[in-house]
Structures are given as C-alpha cells and as structure tokens.
Design a protein around this ligand. Sequence first.
Ligand code: GLN
Length: 290
Amino acid sequence: MKKYFAMILAGMMAVSLAACGGSSNAPAAAPAAEPAAEAEAQTEEAEAPEAEAQTDAAFTTVAAGELHMATNAAFPPYEMTSDNGGYEGIDVEIATMIAQKLGLELVVDDMEFGSVITSVQSGKADIAMAGLTVTEERMKNVDFTESYATGVQVIIVPEGSDIQTVDDLANDKMIGVQDGTTGYIYCSAPVEDGGYGEDHVTSYTNGAMAIEALKGGKVDAVVIDNEPAKAFVAVNDGLKILDTEYIVENYAIGISKDNPALRDAVNNALKELIADGSVQTIVDKYITAE
Ligand code: GLN
C-alpha cells in the first residue's frame, strides 16, 4: 500500500503544479450579475480597451448570476447539511466567498461523490468542490485550481480490533470505502500494485454508510480522509483511528476543461482568499488544532 501511495503522490505533485497554470490579471466580471462596488471601481480605473477587457474576464456559468457547486454533503467538516436545512462546512464557506468575489450567488448541488466530476464535465455544475483530491487520472477529465487544503487517508477500526497497522489489512480483511474516492482507488488496486484487491473492498455511497457497516461488523476497517474520520469517530462510540503514516493529498476545485475563463476567475479568487488569510480563518473555524 505504501508503495502505491508513493507512486500516486509523485504523480500528484507534478500534477498540481501543472494544474495551476494559466492566469488572468483582469478583474473577474460576471456577466448578468450585479458587479460588486469594488469591481466597479476597478473597471473604471482600468479603462482599458473595452473589447479586450471583456475577452479576458468573460466567463459563463450554468445559470446566470449563480455558481453551482457539485458536492456530496456528507463529508464533514468540508461539506454537510446544516440544522436550518442548508449546507455548511469549509468547502461551502470558501465557495461562498469565491462566488461573492465573482458577483455570483452560490448554489450547492448535493449528489453522490461519484457524480461530482461528471457533473462539471457535462456542464450541469460549475465547480466540483468535495474535499476533492487532485489525481493524475482526474486531471484528464477536469482542470484543477490551486490546492486549498490537504487530506490524509486513515484507517478506522473498532476499539479492540486486531488490525493495528496498514499491513494487518492484508490478512483477509474486508475494507469499507466510499465509492469513487482515492481510498477506494488505493485499497482496490491489485496486490502487486500495493492495494488489497477488489475482493477485499466494499464500496458505500458515502462515509456515514461505511461507518454504519463498520459498526454492524460488515467490514473490518474503513479507509477515509482524516478530517471526516475524526468527525465520524467523535460521534460514534467504540471506534478509533489507527496511528499510521499515510500520504498527504491535495484538495482542489475541479472545473470543466471547456471553461478556462471560469477556471482562471475561480483560481484567482481562491488565491486571493488564501493570500489574505480567509481560507485559514475558515479552516480554523471547523478544525481545531490538537
Ligand atoms: N479526498 C477523497 C477523494 O477525492 C474523498 C473525497 C470525498 O469523499 N468527498 O477521493
């Protein structure tokens, strides 16, 4: 498993650098949206040849004035439903601020994790933001922004389990994962590639269902990203996270390859939010340092 992770990591590092290419220094103007006061001021100042500025900044979204975010809102603390029937979490708040910068209103489209990339690819949503790890394979289907967070795949087991290390997973154990995730990809890989093979993996629609299966004894362990793992273990008695060193993954926003203007506008907004500390403030609100 470690060998396989290392291979993926090498790929991802190259990939995430390549993903960040392309930038536009024109202020992002949203067609059919009320420009923010700031954006108006910038436009006046710039007074650049009208047509050219248009070309640089013009982007389209699936619905005028809206930024549709494809996500799976069962991945705390990145995205989850809130008590008032809406959505909250790190990704939701970052996306809200990006939308604001672009003069758009954020709309959360909740779906299975396995659909978030295809939804963006097929033009049903504008951004895929779902604690989405940058991988070389996914880069063939969507463009990624700069990374705004990191994740680590961890193993959850019942307290008292005989699984104590990554290697113990190889002993005929059944591993629960979320369908289509990197945890699934790593674990279901053939043994010769460092995985455990399809026969040792059961996929669930989301993390909560995998945890229920673990509690019910249908699987021996669950492999999932570290922050959702902590959130699930905190509200389910009798489970623990194994202390194993796994590779670090980069989370980024996926955007259609057919919409480079939107990619640049979203990427620039995200970079500003990283630079001015807004992203860190949001992360700190949901993740308390141990
Ligand atoms: N980071 C993992 C992936 O991208 C899991 C994401 C998720 O389940 N929302 O595959």
